[in-house]
Design a protein around this ligand. Sequence first.
Ligand SMILES: [Zn+2]
Length: 264
Amino acid sequence: MHDVSLRIVTVGLVLVAWFSCLALTQAADVPAQSAPRHASDSPHWAYDGEEGMDHWGMLSHGYMACETGSHQSPIDITMPSEDRAPERLQFHYRKTDIQAMYNGHSIQVKVSPGNELHVNERIYRLMQFHFHEPSEHHIEGKEFPFEIHLVHRDRVGHIVVLSLLADLGAGHPVVSDIWASLPMHAGESVLSRQLDLSTLIPDNLHHFAYHGSLTTPPCTEGVHWIVMKNKISITQAQRDRFVALVGHNARAVQPIHDRRVLDE
Ligand SMILES: [Zn+2]
């Protein structure tokens, strides 16, 4: 009996290690097509404890930017400056096939090609979106219950992340559809039916814009952030379900240093 339980524990540990590696290559903010990293370059990280956000920069040389970067995300958006030439956003989102996965850090939703965000004349393709609880970005010191990050990339790898802050209220149809068949375990994928992602985008496109980073290791900088002013809403039950599965997954706000936040 003892041998059998030992074997079960061993198999369990191997599975946990495997899923952790899987989670690393699918880190929440890293675009789906980024090159796979060797496990030793990207050790496991968490939000709390010894591998928590205060220690990310010390976990690996590859995570140095988390510690030493001067343009990190998220931030508390205060005193934005009026942009004299506001950027023009055009969303070309459509009904699309999605695949939701619990990557150990968030629920990440991979989307089929065909959804684009045009920023002025530049074209970015939507790669994936994922969720944070509570919000990572704050506005005038205020945290929100939930935040969605839609990660876009252009042909040469420039990243634009669109942030949608969420209050509690009625459930958003896109969130409700994904929550109806959430993956239950790390590494598990669930195929859902087609979703119309254009319903996520508010009619009013007023937003804040600034230069920041991925909010998860390796905290790579050079990310163009667009934080929409209009909020969406999710239900308390949806939020509770997410926390029961994933836990809290918001990085603390980072110093702004010399950056300007533009009010567009
Ligand atoms: Zn994110």
